[in-house]
Design a protein around this ligand. Structure first.
Ligand code: NAG
Ligand code: NAG
Ligand code: NAG
Ligand code: NAG
Ligand code: NAG
Length: 631
């Protein structure tokens, strides 16, 4: 009787609730059945186990906000900094005078000179981290859509498919007047409408395909099932791994059917089998993924050595929590300050100079990501250097490959000692200069072998319009309060010669697209990034820490760090991380997002401080092991 009672209590407690993924409100079993029938359950319904206020961060992001448990999970809507604007039928807005805006490719070729000028300041590693951190919240879905699922957008058939929105190339294009290419493939971004969750004929609402918070989704996935099947080893808190020629890798697909479409068989076989496929997408993401995957196991082994009484589950959870905190500490406190200026970020409340706890949590702010945030991160395309250079451990240049050739091609990284050479190259090679120009691989090749021609920045600008972002001048007003009424009002924000370039292509100052102006803005004071980019990035960074109940700097959260533990997390740097998990890294500059130089000289790894895991020593383990001697 008692047993039955307990079982029913347990089962009762586990009854999941179904939520509408768009509205975030509970729905009936009847409604779920309708979705099952229409095969829309996967996208339109979140099934969520009841929340326990004391449990840690869930893999699927649910229960982050206890009042709105499905917010924070996958397939939920983006927030918007400013409401969208469209023309009729939710097509991109028109120019102020009612005409069509200039073509995206025309604007890209007119506004962004192309060339390859290496930065003397930032390393390729800085760009890798930027791209990796944006992969946490976005997916390659929209790109796969036109290279795999709808490869016909530039053909006759594309004209009749609503999803196709290819970019025309003008006849006098500076490059393609010689090639005859007149069309670049592209598809419309997926929305709650296109996926069938809400009615067509309403404002298109973009759907988040990852968890919207910064929680290393690339490593741990967005849902529990995949992590259990493809991620955890269930031993010592570790993630699955394999060792080949002395190098540690995430496990690999044991079939040839996988997302690494560009692997050159038969020699290139590696493709990571992880909770999500994101780690296999772009070259920079791939490297960061390998390092953070290993870093989880590095942390788990440290914790296990200290605390022999901890279970696999406990080791896994704490290692994951520390790995996420390290990724955030490096992003907020090491990467972004070198582009944004440390003082600017302190002044704007994004980072704390004290090193102690802070508790910005506000349960009224939903755990969401603004659509503007991942979008403006595309500015980073302007600082992506085309070649990925490889160096040996003594710093001798060995060889290079265009980074675009590594897209969906983990196999190349797995070949010979390429991973060692790429790791060494990441902190020796510069990024592309912050100088309003872009590399020709970004503007003409883009997707490597997956497309004949692709201009990533033309696609970026076209998406600016498909997302319905308000004009640049409205964002300027939001960010800096000043109204821009004429091109002349742009003086101070944009150099005179670039204002003239804008005047040549746009009829009215109100027509200027958000991204087009971000490409041209002068860097902010004290930093090296466009001010409107800065504004829209920190808007999300603040929302992220205010809305995330499990934010690592909070003293009041489930499994919160002690002050001593947080002080250790603060010591994390990308240089130390590479010393701990990067192949052949024994010497590195302490600030590895910046090039080595007079104030940042390479030194032995022993001289680079890092986290002391003894702050996690659990005294209860000692008591147990003391008594265990007597049994
Ligand atoms: C149902 O939806 C899933 C997920 O979107 C998709 O993979 C599958 O092919 C769909 N099945 C049918 C019969 O349409
Ligand atoms: C909206 O239209 C698209 C494309 O025509 C279609 O695939 C989708 O299922 C429609 N959505 C709804 C909710 O009817
Ligand atoms: C491939 O991996 C899957 C998942 O780990 C496993 O179930 C399957 O048995 C493996 N197949 C082979 C041929 O090793
Ligand atoms: C990169 O890919 C292009 C095709 O997109 C190919 O022509 C070129 O040889 C590749 N380069 C290397 C170094 O693999
Ligand atoms: C567009 O996609 C098709 C099908 O993949 C391809 O044949 C064509 O070359 C692509 N266009 C360009 C400009 O790359």
């Amino acid at each position: 009787m008692l047993l039955i009672y307990f079982i029913s209590v347990l089962c009762g407690a586990r009854a999941a609730v179904f939520y509408d993924s768009y509205s975030g409100t509970p729905i009936t079993a009847e409604r779920v059945k309708q979705h099952d029938k229409a095969n829309t359950t996967f996208w339109c319904v979140n099934e969520i186990e009841p929340c326990d206020p004391k449990e840690g961060r869930r893999i699927d992001g649910s229960c982050n906000n206890l009042k709105f448990p499905s917010r924070g999970a996958t397939h939920t809507p983006f927030a918007r900094v400013l409401p969208p604007v469209f023309s009729a039928n939710f097509e991109p807005k028109k120019a102020a005078d009612g005409s069509d805006l200039p073509l995206a490719r025309y604007l890209r070729t007119s506004l962004v000179p192309v060339g390859r000028i290496p930065s003397q300041m930032f390393t390729a590693l800085a760009v890798h981290d930027f791209v990796f951190m944006s992969a946490d919240i976005v997916s390659l879905h929209d790109t796969v859509n036109y290279i795999v699922w709808k490869p016909y957008c530039c053909t006759e058939r594309g004209r009749t498919d609503y999803a196709c929105t290819p970019n025309p190339v003008p006849a006098d294009d500076p490059v393609h007047r010689f090639s005859g290419i007149r069309c670049l493939n592209m598809t419309r971004p997926e929305t709650f409408q296109s996926i069938g969750c809400i009615k067509n004929g309403t404002t298109p609402e973009r759907i988040v395909s990852s968890t919207p918070l910064l929680d290393l989704s690339v490593i741990y996935g967005n849902g529990l099932q995949n992590l259990l099947q493809r991620g955890r080893l269930f031993q010592g808190g570790l993630l699955k791994f394999e060792v080949e020629d002395g190098r540690v890798w995430p496990p690999k697909y044991n079939t040839t059917a996988h997302i690494c479409f560009a692997n050159q068989r038969p020699q290139e076989t590696r493709c990571h089998l992880m909770p999500e496929d994101g780690g296999n997408t772009l070259g920079g993401i791939n490297l960061m993924t390998i390092w953070f995957w290993r870093h989880h196991n590095f942390i788990a082994r440290n914790l296990a050595a200290l605390n022999p009484c901890w279970t696999d589950d406990k080791l896994f959870e704490i290692a994951r929590d520390i790995n996420i905190a390290v990724s955030l500490q490096i992003y907020y406190y090491e990467l972004l300050p070198i582009f944004f200026g440390y003082d600017n970020m302190v002044k704007d409340g994004v980072i704390t100079p004290t090193g102690g706890f802070r508790d910005p949590y506000n349960s009224d702010v939903m755990p969401q990501v603004s659509l503007e945030y991942p979008f403006v991160l595309r500015w980073v395309h302007t600082i992506q250097n085309g070649p990925l250079k490889m160096y040996d451990k003594d710093g001798y240049y060995m060889k290079q490959i265009p980074i675009v050739n590594l897209t969906l091609r983990t196999g190349y990284i797995g070949l010979d000692d390429n991973l060692d050479l790429m790791t060494q190259g990441s902190f020796r090679q510069g990024s592309d200069n912050v100088d309003h120009t872009a590399d020709f691989d970004i503007t003409e090749v883009g997707l490597g072998p997956h497309q004949y021609v692709s201009d990533l920045m033309t696609s970026d600008l076209a998406k600016n319009r498909l997302f319905g972002f308000q004009p640049y001048v409205k964002y300027r007003e939001f960010c800096f309060g000043n109204k821009v009424k004429s091109f002349d009002d742009l003086h101070g924000s944009i150099d005179p010669e670039r204002i003239e370039m804008l005047k040549d292509v746009y009829k009215s100052v109100e027509d200027i697209d958000l991204l087009a102006a971000i490409w041209l803005e002068k860097p902010l004071n004290g930093g090296f990034a466009p001010p409107t980019f800065y504004c829209l990035v920190i808007e999300q960074l603040r929302r992220n820490m205010v809305s995330d109940r499990h934010w690592y700097e909070r003293p009041n959260r489930p499994n919160a760090y002690t002050a001593a533990q947080l002080a250790e997390i603060r010591k994390a740097t990308i240089a130390r991380l590479l010393c701990d998990v990067g192949d052949t890294v024994t010497r590195i500059q302490p600030r590895a997002f910046l090039k080595a130089g007079y104030h940042n000289q390479m030194c032995n790894c022993e001289q680079i401080t890092g986290i002391d895991y003894s702050a996690w020593k659990d005294p209860t383990c000692e008591v147990e092991s003391f008594w265990s001697k007597f049994v």
